[in-house]
Design a protein around this ligand. Structure first.
Ligand code: SF4
Length: 374
């Protein structure tokens, strides 16, 4: 069995080199489709023999995209467009952008003019998703994606092949849930390690990522968790990807015992349920998803989901990583804060941005939080 540190190094290498990986996939003659946040239907792309390649933007200075977006829009969207304009996705067949927030809607429309060489495929999801008509609407959105993919790539869709891809993705969900469970209890798994495992999933074919994650979990099982004096927290938000932020968490002995991050566990909570066709099964998965700021929920169950997660994982607090100018997360923060106060759960909100270069305010806030609870 490969040593734990060697496997972790491999995750770090993959997470840090999306450009190199993309070049190598294209060099091997693979047809790649870029998948934008938050819930692109990767299973469909995978089933058509195409390689889904996720992007959540990058930490970078944004220049060109500013001609298309106002300054007060989330930097994830801005940096995805900036990467597109600068040729980072050159050679891919298309980009799929779901319509789950206003910024995402703008990204798709701007992409058509800013990056004319790569076709934009919209995935339109319904607000009311868990009804028969909601599922039909979702299915119609998938059919539109399929039609565009067939036209652009020349590949064809078959429900039987989607069924096989769904099995691969369900197995990946299971592996990621198991990793998250183990990682939370091993002090040796740092916030940066955890991020590398989740982030690398976007750049690899899913059965290959599952195999690597299973190797990691096996290596963890063979290791003593050891006693740790780290502060057990649950993170919540869209993404916690910046190297500086992850280092600050580690410097202040923060152990992420579970997360409610869009880029992390929210992707893996729900499997595709059995249904008449594979496409119905995929629509059934979207219908069953919840506890996410971009998924309409009149009862805002996300707040109690977080407080229950804290209790279940015996966490000592919550760190709410707010992406600057993310309206859905800003609205939810008020409700999450109230729910945490009612349960006497310490909550820290920190604001992050993909253009941030100075993290000293974040450092001070995390250090204070850690010292108060330590
Ligand atoms: S949900 Fe928030 S972070 Fe994600 S694209 Fe929309 S505004 Fe940006």
């Amino acid at each position: 069995m490969a040593a734990l540190q060697d496997i972790l190094q491999e995750f770090h290498r993959i997470a840090a080199s999306p450009q190199e990986l993309l070049k190598s996939y294209l060099g091997q003659g693979k047809k790649v489709v870029v998948c934008s946040p938050v819930y692109s239907p990767e299973e469909i792309i995978h089933s058509m023999g195409l390689l889904p390649f996720g992007t959540w933007g990058a930490d970078m200075e944004i220049r060109e995209a500013k001609a298309y977006f106002p300054a007060f829009i989330c930097s994830i969207m801005q940096s995805i467009l900036e990467l597109g304009i600068k040729g980072a996705f050159q050679g891919v067949s298309a980009i799929v952008v779901p319509s789950l927030c206003d910024s995402l809607k703008c990204l798709g429309q701007n992409w058509k003019y800013a990056v004319p060489g790569i076709e934009f495929i919209p995935m339109t999801y319904p607000q009311n998703r868990n009804t028969d008509y909601g599922k039909e609407f979702t299915k119609a959105g998938y059919q539109r994606v399929i039609k565009d993919l067939e036209r652009i790539t020349g590949e064809t869709f078959e429900d039987g092949k989607l069924h096989k891809s769904i099995e691969i993705y369900n197995a990946h969900n299971q592996a990621m849930r198991e990793f998250s469970e183990y990682a939370g209890n091993y002090g040796a798994i740092t916030a940066a390690d955890r991020n590398a495992v989740f982030k690398s999933a976007y750049f690899m074919e899913k059965s290959e990522h599952t195999a690597l994650v299973n190797q990691l979990v096996d290596a963890l099982k063979a290791t003593e968790p050891g006693k740790t004096k780290k502060l057990r927290v649950v993170t919540s938000g869209i993404l916690a990807d910046a190297k500086e932020l992850l280092a600050i968490l580690e410097d202040n002995s923060i152990q992420i015992v579970a997360d409610d991050m869009a880029q992390e566990s929210r992707q893996y909570r729900v499997d595709c349920p059995p249904a008449g066709t594979a496409l119905d099964s995929l629509a059934g998965k979207f219908a069953a998803m919840g506890n996410c700021s971009v998924l309409y929920d009149v009862n805002k169950g996300r707040a109690s989901y977080i407080t229950e997660l804290v209790q279940e994982k015996r966490a000592e607090g919550v760190i709410y990583v707010l992406t600057k100018f993310c309206d859905p997360e800003e609205f939810d923060y008020v409700i999450v804060k109230k729910a945490c106060e009612e349960k006497n759960i310490p909550l820290l909100q920190i604001e992050v941005d993909r253009q941030m270069v100075n993290y000293e305010q974040v450092r001070t806030a995390v250090q204070t939080f850690s010292e108060m609870l330590g």
